[in-house]
Every structure is written in C-alpha cells, then in structure tokens.
Design a protein around this ligand. Structure first.
Ligand SMILES: [Fe+2]
Ligand SMILES: [Fe+2]
Length: 299
C-alpha cells in the first residue's frame, strides 16, 4: 500500500523518514539488499577472472573486494533487520567497488589495461553498483523532492530496459561464432530490447509534462514484462546448457548466465510492482463527444 508506513526498523537512526518506495517497505528491502550484495560479489569475481595475468596487483584488489562482499553477503543473509552498522558497512564496500570499477574503466579507456572484459561491461556493472548505492542512500536520507509518479516509474523502466538490452549484447559477444542458432535468437532479443529501451526513454521524457494519467505507460510495462519473461527463460536455458557443457563460448564461469537470469527476475519483480501502481483510467472526454462529428460526416 502506497500510504502504509514501512516498519520502524527501516527508519533511519535520526528518527527519520520512511523509504520512498512502497515496494521497499518491510522485508522487501532486505530481499533487495541480499540480491544486490550477491550481484556485487559476483561482479568482483567476474573482474578477477577477466584481468590479465601481468596485473597481479589488480587481481589481488578484486579478490579482496570479493572476500569483503562474501563476508557481507553472509551477514546480510543472517540479518533480520538492516541495522545502521550493517548499512554503513554495505555503503562503504559498494563505494569502494564503484571506485575500483571506475579505475579499471579509466585504465582501459586510456589503453593502459587490456583485460578480457569489454569496456561497456565495466560501465554496465558500475551502473548497477551506483544504482544499489543510491537505493542504500534512500534508506537513510530524505526522498528527493516530490518526484512525479510516472517519471519515477519510467526512470526505473529505463534503467532495466538498458540493462536487459546490454545483457543481450554481452551474450552475443560471448558466444562462439559457430553458435549460429543461439546468436540469431539473441539478435532478435536485441532488436526487441533496443526498441523497448528507446520507447522507455521517450515515455520518461514525456512524463516530464507531469500527466495525471498516462495509460501508455501501463501498456508499455505490460510488453516489457512479457518480453523480459522470454529473455529470462532464454538466460535460464543458456545456464543449463553451460552447466552441461553444451555451449561453445568465452564464458569464464556458468555463474555469469545465472547472474544475468537473476537480474532479469529482479527486473520482472520491479516492473510488476511498477505496473501495480498504475490504474488505467478512462479518458476524461469521450472522443465522439469531443470531436462532435458522426463517422458518416467524415467521408
Ligand atoms: Fe550484474
Ligand atoms: Fe547486468
């Protein structure tokens, strides 16, 4: 319920304010934190596996971050509430991970590091980390000044559509060229998610007009949910095939496919929660009354 206040344990220690996102209230917040903490730990692992052997310093740094995130993951999984100490530790580790990712990307862009990792992948996982840090920030800070509902909804949809589109791009690059059927399937997904990402940006921009109702957003989310479900199933199937050693690729560990599948499931959960916040409303004026002409007059 949008008007229900989250439980007290999710209020800040200054006696502060409830979280701005209804779906984050109560145990949902802890589930979200568990999800992202695991994702962050896996990012550190993927980086470690993709770094060149002549940079043991960076490999050690990635390993240290992976270990810190593993310890935190265990703490978060045991926790029943997100206490201030746990929250502060989480924010610090995620901030350090963001710094590390940006440093790697900088080195790559300056041609000082050539890992087996695409620059866009580092950019992608940095965006995910920044998103998580922002969510953690929202637990203790005042929500931003009265964000408009449709704008907030579409901003989150843009985030996920871009993530899903890039996942498909990474999948295409990881597959061996001989995997023609899978590449063709992935290319079809890429067309779909490129379109959905572009449309999401258009609708986000239009929502700046602060409409009271915006039924197209509901239609858009319905399609986004349907297509993301298909992509999630594709990733789950790819994970199975990787576990059975039935795919030729440069994937360093099958965990990558499972990681992408879990992110699709998270996207679905959030897209459905966003969709639930929209009531499709009848237009205020009946089109026929408004136009005032009979169809026969239009010939
Ligand atoms: Fe990720
Ligand atoms: Fe991702």
């Amino acid at each position: 319920m949008a008007n229900e206040q989250p439980k007290a344990e999710y209020w800040d220690d200054r006696g502060g304010n409830p979280v701005d996102w209804p779906e984050s209230a109560g145990s949902h917040l802890l589930a979200e934190v568990r999800f992202w903490t695991r994702i962050m730990r896996e990012h550190a692992m993927f980086i470690k596996l993709g770094l060149p052997f002549d940079r043991p310093d960076l490999i050690r740094e990635a390993q240290a971050l992976e270990q810190r995130l593993l310890d935190l993951e265990e703490r978060v999984n045991r926790a029943t509430v997100l206490d201030p100490n746990l929250l502060a530790t989480l924010r610090q580790v995620v901030a350090d991970l963001i710094d590390f990712k940006y440093r790697l990307l900088r080195l790559m862009l300056q041609s000082q590091l050539r890992p087996a990792l695409l620059p866009l992948l580092i950019d992608h996982i940095t965006r995910e980390a920044v998103h998580f840090l922002t969510r953690l920030q929202m637990v203790i800070e005042l929500p931003p000044e009265e964000t408009h509902r449709f704008r907030a909804i579409m901003r989150r949809a843009v985030f996920w559509m871009r993530i899903m589109k890039e996942h498909v791009e990474f999948i295409i690059h990881l597959l061996d060229p001989s995997e023609r059927a899978l590449i063709a399937q992935a290319e079809e997904f890429l067309r779909t998610f490129t379109r959905l990402f572009q449309t999401a940006m258009d609708l986000e921009s239009m929502s700046e007009a602060r409409p009271e109702s915006f039924n197209t957003v509901a239609r858009f989310l319905d399609e986004a949910i349907a297509r993301t479900t298909e992509l999630r199933d594709f990733k789950a199937a790819a994970h199975e095939l990787l576990l059975m050693s039935q795919i030729l690729s440069t994937v360093s560990t099958p965990v990558i496919a499972d990681h992408l599948r879990r992110e699709a499931d998270r996207a679905l959960l959030e897209l459905r929660a966003l969709r639930d916040r929209i009531r499709v409303e009848k237009p205020l004026i009946e089109p026929s009354v408004h136009v005032g002409v009979k169809p026969s007059d239009m010939r």
